[in-house]
Design a protein around this ligand. Structure first.
Ligand code: HEC
Length: 126
């Protein structure tokens, strides 16, 4: 009997772990949200800076306008956002989920992306 109880508890553990992976695929706020660049800069300086300031781990440099322009022209903005949120393997290296900022909200991440783009005079918003 105890074996089954342990098995049951393990199953719950595994299932709840899956839920914690927190993958999102639809963005209700995306089209209407007005990003807060001041907050985005704070988030960037706290989390994204480790890779995106010097290109650590293959990350695109904050000030590499050509690369960001290429990215905006070649990918859908929602795809870019979801890649940041969920993490993905880029051609030059792996981008961690939420840019490593586990307590960042969806909007914090949106703000951080908008901050990166605004430094290059682009915007993710429309
Ligand atoms: C551990 C290093 C690391 C950290 C920390 C990091 N990134 Fe990245 N990021 C990467 C790498 C590597 C790529 C992929 C580059 C490539 O191969 O094109 C990437 C790609 C991106 C892209 C382009 C996504 C796409 O679809 O091509 C955006 C936007 C981005 N990061 C934003 C952020 C933001 C915002 C943060 C902070 C919240 C952050 N990153 C933190 C390494 C990092």
């Amino acid at each position: 009997m105890i074996k089954y109880i342990i098995l049951f508890l393990c199953m719950i553990l595994v299932l709840s772990c899956n839920r914690n992976q927190d993958i999102i695929t639809n963005l209700k706020f995306f089209d209407t949200y007005n990003p807060n660049i001041i907050n985005g800069e704070k988030v960037f300086n706290k989390s994204c800076i480790t890779c995106h300031l010097y290109g650590t781990a293959g990350a695109t440099l904050l000030t590499n306008t050509k690369e960001w322009e290429f990215l905006l022209n070649s990918k859908d903005k929602k795809e870019i956002y979801l890649n940041v949120y969920n993490g993905f393997i880029g051609q030059n290296g792996p981008m961690p989920a939420k840019g490593g900022c586990m307590n960042c909200s969806e909007k914090d991440l949106f703000d951080a992306i908008e901050y990166i783009l605004s430094v290059n005079k682009f915007t993710i918003n429309h």
